[in-house]
Design a protein around this ligand. Structure first.
Ligand code: IMP
Length: 180
């Protein structure tokens, strides 16, 4: 397992401090209530759990699970809903919680989808951001840490289902990655 794990890009202490900061901002901005966090499975589950405990106002949560369509249609940004949210978001403030913004296609689609359901607002919070990979212009309202264009693992992010449990954000070993 270990030779797939490259250098630490963002140590756990730096992630924790950023999560605290985001939690403080969100608590202040939504102090009038009606906030629902919607985590995008699977990668966002660790971030959502940490973020929620840094929020000091009443807050509800749910998860959505999506998958991108095959390569030929991926550029359209259409994603398939595997598991939808169970709660009614009408008249609520929705904050989509994502692990990383890469091309931005997933979040772009999810934002449009939630906007059709009568919420008070829909905003985006992501702990990591790879701005150099962006294909659509989306606003990340609560942005964590910008990273370079590397394939990263840990803090919920996987490589073929592995390494979500690493507490630090690490780079996937390039040699292994290039062989795929
Ligand atoms: P987007 O639609 O291209 O922005 O896709 C974002 C999704 O791709 C994230 O939620 C991750 O699941 C996945 N992803 C993007 N970059 C990485 C990475 O470096 N490591 C692991 N997963 C990634």
């Amino acid at each position: 397992m270990n030779n797939e794990i490259g250098k630490i890009l963002v140590p756990r202490e730096v992630i924790a401090e950023k999560v605290r900061e985001l939690g403080r901002r969100i608590s202040e901005d939504y102090k009038d209530g009606d906030l629902i966090l919607i985590g995008v499975l699977k990668g966002a589950f660790i971030f959502l759990a940490d973020l929620m405990r840094e929020i000091t106002i009443n807050v509800d949560m749910d998860f959505i699970s999506v998958s991108s369509y095959a390569n030929d249609t991926k550029s359209s940004g259409i994603v398939r809903i595997i598991k939808d949210v169970d709660i009614n978001i009408s008249n609520k403030h929705v904050l989509i919680v994502e692990d990383i913004v890469d091309t931005g296609l997933t979040l772009n689609h999810l934002k449009e989808l939630f906007q059709t359901r009568g919420p008070k607002s829909v905003k985006i919070c992501a702990i990591f951001d790879k701005p150099s990979r962006r294909k659509v212009d989306i606003t990340v309202d609560y942005k964590g840490i910008e990273i370079p264009n590397e394939f990263v693992i840990g803090y919920g992010l996987d490589y073929q289902g592995r390494y979500r449990n690493l507490p630090d954000l690490c780079v996937l070993n390039q040699e292994i990655y290039k062989k795929e």
